[in-house]
Design a protein around this ligand. Structure first.
Ligand SMILES: [Zn+2]
Length: 163
């Protein structure tokens, strides 16, 4: 692996054989990707045409190693997005639904978008349990493109940590 500095100041990770090629590109760094004109640099690396969008497996647009790129349809690409910054529950697909008298949250609803349709997954007594429901459903529908909630940081977590 080689590294080079992006115009935004972050570190770009790339395969050894691509360093010279990449440094010769007149690229720019936008919100979602490194681009040459309107073409995503990852598209050039995957050499896949523009009908499929390149997906960064680790969601780091500065990691353009081939091992971190895969071709995805636009639907799969958006399944791999992380939770939005406005999310209050701390988990993707989970939001508080009821508030007790003391203003603390007493229940959480889990929802997931599948093919543009919002599916209701249930109401749960904790954000953690709602996040578990979200993860299971995301795996069922999206397979390896699912962007899962990290459950290991929750005090309720009792399973193995895989890392
Ligand atoms: Zn950058």
């Amino acid at each position: 692996m080689k590294t080079t500095k992006c115009r935004c100041g972050k570190t770009i990770l790339l395969d050894d054989d691509l360093l010279t090629w990449f440094e010769g590109l007149n690229y720019y760094c936008d919100l979602n990707a490194l681009r040459v004109g309107h073409v995503n640099v990852a598209t050039l690396i995957l050499n896949q045409g523009e009908s499929l969008l390149p997906d960064h497996i680790d969601r780091n647009k500065h990691n353009i190693q081939r091992s971190n790129l895969r071709a995805a349809t636009s639907t799969q690409n958006c399944q791999n997005r992380s939770r939005s910054s406005q999310n209050e529950s701390g988990y993707k697909g989970v939001r508080p639904t009821k508030y007790a008298r003391n203003k603390t949250v007493s229940s959480y609803q889990a929802r997931i978008q599948v093919d543009g349709v919002s599916m209701y997954l249930g109401t749960f007594p904790s954000a953690f349990l709602a996040a578990v429901a979200y993860n299971w459903t995301a795996i069922k529908h999206f397979g390896s493109f699912a962007c899962l909630n990290d459950l290991t940081k929750d005090a309720h977590f009792i399973g193995p940590t895989f890392n």
